[in-house]
Each structure stands twice: as structure tokens, then as C-alpha cells.
Design a protein around this ligand. Structure first.
Ligand code: 13P
Length: 260
């Protein structure tokens, strides 16, 4: 069984200007200990405008938090007003790029094909994609969770080599649980994350499936993180709202101490 290091990621969405971002990362670094960094990988995903400031802070203070981004374009450069290329993020020492977040899919029309192109662009730029999948409430109620999620996994990984799949992160984020205070029960979240892993096995083989890290996202809080993280196919959390408060985010990173 490969060692899948837990990864706790804070997706700040469109929150925190660069001054607020610096404060938040400083506070987080005061709360996290050497033991935390030994046990868990931690990433923060600020808006693009904050990334250079956070890069400088992490490097100058030697804070072992990884830098992440929330999106990128799949082309390396060109006439794409308003877009940011994966290579530009790599130059800023970004490690993880969230791809295909449900808000991008639902609000900005990202298709499975675009998500697949972005996954490949992130890998080509030698960063790690965090590819998001998840069903709507209507789909869940119509018993379509498995079809939707497995379909997104297959489409998102099209043409990606098994060893690249092995290096990736896939985040299962049921859309009805995002920012709502609702979350999948640990058993439900585990069942869908197991389905994600078996879909990866069919598509990219057993080794890739055993190595790929799967996060759960959707109203993760300090109180529910320990039970979610105890599930065998949940290797991490993609945290929205609770990652904006450094104290809450630190307590989620410290899930192994038992939550609140
Ligand atoms: P919340 O934790 O606010 O539900 O957001 C989840 C999410 O979308 C993280 O990407």
C-alpha cells in the first residue's frame, strides 16, 4: 500500500486581497507545528493577485506550506484576455492547481474537455492538478451520483499517462455540500471516494489507483474533519469557507488531534 500523504488544501475562492492573504498565512504559520508539517501536506489557494506576495512570504519565512492556484488556462500563451497560463503559475513556485472546480463548471461553463485540457497543461508545467468532481442535488436525488462522478473522472483523465495519474489529486466535492453547511456523511463520502478510486483503477491501472490522492470537499470544519479523514479512501480535504479563518484551518490540518 503506497504511502498517501494527507493533503489539506484551503481554497480561498474570491476572498482575501493580498494584504489579508499575507495576514492569514502568517496566522496559520503561528498555529502549525513541525509535527503538523511532518504528518500532513498543507496548501493554500489564494486568488491570482495574491500569489506573488504569498510566494515571497513562504520563502522568506521558510513556511513549509505549499502554494496553490484555483484555475489556469490550458494554452501556454496567446490571445486569451484575462486568462493565466499554467507555466506562469509554475514560475511563481505554485505546486497545486485546482482544475474543474464545480463553480468553474457551473458558473463559467467549463466542460469535461476543458478540464481534461487543463489537467494536461498543469502536468506539463510540472505541477499537480487537483481535479474536482461531484454531483448536484438533483443528480443525487435521481440516483445519478455514480454515473456523474465516474464520467467526470474518466473524461478528466483522458489521455493522461498512468504514472501521471498516480501523481495527481482528485477532489470529490458534492455540489450540494459546498458552502451550505451540509456535508456528505463520512460513509457516503467514503463510498463515492472509493468509486473514484475504482474508476481510476479501470482507467489507469491498480498502481495509479493506489497512489492517487483523493480529497473530500464540502463544508469541512474542525468538528467533522477527523471522521472524514479516518475513511480509508479519503486522503485529504479541500476546504472553502473554513480555510478563510486561519484558526479553523489550522484545526482542520490538526484533525489527527481529534477536532473540537
Ligand atoms: P466549503 O468548504 O465552503 O463548503 O467549500 C468547499 C469547496 O468548494 C472547496 O473547494
Amino acid at each position: 500500500m503506497p504511502d498517501r500523504r494527507p493533503l489539506i488544501s484551503g481554497n480561498w475562492k474570491m476572498h482575501h486581497n493580498h494584504f489579508e492573504a499575507i495576514q492569514s498565512v502568517q496566522k496559520l504559520s503561528y498555529r502549525l507545528t513541525k509535527d503538523d508539517y511532518e504528518e500532513v501536506d498543507v496548501s493554500v489557494h489564494p486568488p491570482f493577485t495574491d500569489i506573488r506576495s504569498i510566494q515571497t512570504l513562504l520563502q522568506s519565512e521558510k513556511i513549509p506550506v505549499e502554494l496553490g492556484a484555483q484555475n489556469c488556462h490550458w494554452e501556454p500563451k496567446g490571445a486569451f484576455t484575462g486568462e493565466v497560463a499554467a507555466g506562469m503559475l509554475a514560475k511563481l513556485d505554485v505546486t497545486y492547481v485546482i482544475v474543474g472546480h464545480s463553480e468553474r463548471r457551473e458558473l463559467f461553463g467549463e466542460t469535461d474537455e476543458m478540464v481534461n485540457n487543463k489537467v494536461k497543461a498543469v502536468l506539463k508545467a510540472e505541477m499537480t492538478p487537483i481535479m474536482c468532481v461531484g454531483e448536484t442535488l438533483d443528480e443525487r436525488q435521481a440516483d445519478q451520483t455514480e454515473t456523474k462522478v465516474a464520467g467526470q473522472v474518466v473524461a478528466g483523465l483522458a489521455g493522461v499517462k498512468p504514472e501521471q495519474v498516480a501523481s495527481m489529486v482528485i477532489a470529490y466535492e458534492p455540489i450540494w455540500a459546498i458552502g451550505t453547511g451540509e456535508n456528505a456523511t463520512p460513509a457516503d463520502a467514503q463510498a463515492v471516494c472509493a468509486l473514484v478510486r475504482s474508476t481510476v483503477a479501470e482507467k489507469a491501472g491498480a498502481d495509479a489507483a493506489a497512489a492517487v490522492r483523493i480529497q473530500y470537499g464540502g463544508s469541512v470544519k474542525p468538528g467533522n474533519a477527523p471522521e472524514l479523514m479516518a475513511q480509508p479512501d479519503i486522503d485529504g480535504a479541500l476546504v472553502g469557507g473554513a480555510s478563510l479563518e486561519a484558526d479553523d484551518f489550522a484545526r482542520i490540518v490538526q484533525y489527527r488531534l481529534g477536532g473540537d
